[in-house]
Design a protein around this ligand. Sequence first.
Ligand code: PLP
Length: 477
Amino acid sequence: MNNNKTLNEIKSNRPEGRFIECDVALNTHIADKYKRVSKPNIPNISESAVLRHYTNLSRKNYALSTTMYPLGSCTMKHNPLVNEKIAKFEGFSSIHPYQSEETIQGSLEVMYELQKGLCEISGMDFFTLQPAAGAHGEYTGLLIISKYFKNKNEKRTKIIVPDSAHGTNPASAALAGFEIISVKSDEYGIVSPENLKKVLNSSVSAMMMTVPNTLGVFEKNIEEISKIMHDNGSLMYYDGANLNAVMGIIRPADIGFDVMHINLHKTFSTPHGGGGPGSGPVGVKEFLKDFLPSPVVVKDGETFKLHFNDKEKSIGRMKAFYGNFPVILKACAYIKALGGEGLNDASEQAVVNANYILSKLKDKVKIPAGNYCMHEFAMSLKGALGDGIRTLDVAKRLLDNGYYAPTIYFPLIVEEAMMIEPTETESKQTLDEFVETLINIMEESKANPEAVHNAPVNTSVKRLNEVEAARHPVLHW
Ligand SMILES: *Cc1c(COP(=O)(O)O)cnc(C)c1O
């Protein structure tokens, strides 16, 4: 697969003298006034001191490689290290985005194979790999929807978003020029056809849905909802952030979705703590393919090529060059390694793990979704804690116990919410230990509320003022 030519290989085939060696260029072309006059003030310390400094720094943080990371909504799953190694292969890491197509056939093949794999997993007909994150994918998908209606000369200015949606959904819709209509979830935390019909009219271009939704509940009315929307001439957008729950079980295209994004950094093996890098490929059904951003990778005989859509129809480019290529590469390697059956297993195991935790907590807390969930669930800690103790305090106390704190206060429709997503890769023993710790903290909050309220005390940074950074940002010093 990896038949890229590296820059060095290309250089070595060119006539001599075309490349000026760097150090010669530095010596002769930098004016004296820019050159250093005294030696740089570099600390003179031993290798072991440097090693200890950085190792100790790295230990002050939480990471998937040190602890369970039950962060609901973010799918912090295990990212096989072998994929990092593959991303570093010289044939991939030493190429340049300006190289010609003939010299990057291996990389184009990776992109082509990933487009194909994502089509198979989702049921969509075409994918673009350009968007750099989930939210960027939403924005791309909404621009496609906007252009589609413009092309049909239909004036549709609104997007429907359930009240359980991730905040990026309405934000992306607003950025793409739409007005947002919120639809209320019913008592089971899902969208009901009745509530949808109340807000639907001919100015609605599409509805954005996450399935399973952010409460970890499968939208069981989804086929009826898709039909109602399509009968209204509107489209269906699938927020694929929760795809980890349904791979090989359902395909978004089969339950009525027309456009979707996938968060490669959530479902397909890219570490994304600390904010990046990500990748949010967007898939569409056949009738929308001309609106995709250019270029996409196509196969012509045995050759991989870039295909540019008609400029009038395509929404244009969403990202420089090819998107976040190393993330694309890792996703491709992960999908190929697991195969269809492996991906199906991953989803089933993710659902089993979440239900295992839910079943052990359901008598102690309120779980709006009921007795079963998909790959994650939201619970309300209201009424389950000692006087004056809030979900935030419990999350901080988990840090003291060596866990990364789960997502809290999301989804917004659950009071004092805590959201748990163990992912498929955690063992029964890890899940048991986590549940035991959580229950202990809930009991501690009644017996010794002070201790929970003052947490964390075992971390290198103690309890922070939650609003200080927003009110008085210190942007440089
Ligand atoms: C994470 C997430 C997003 C946004 O994805 P980013 O890659 O963080 O931009 C959108 N919707 C849901 C449900 C998510 O969990």
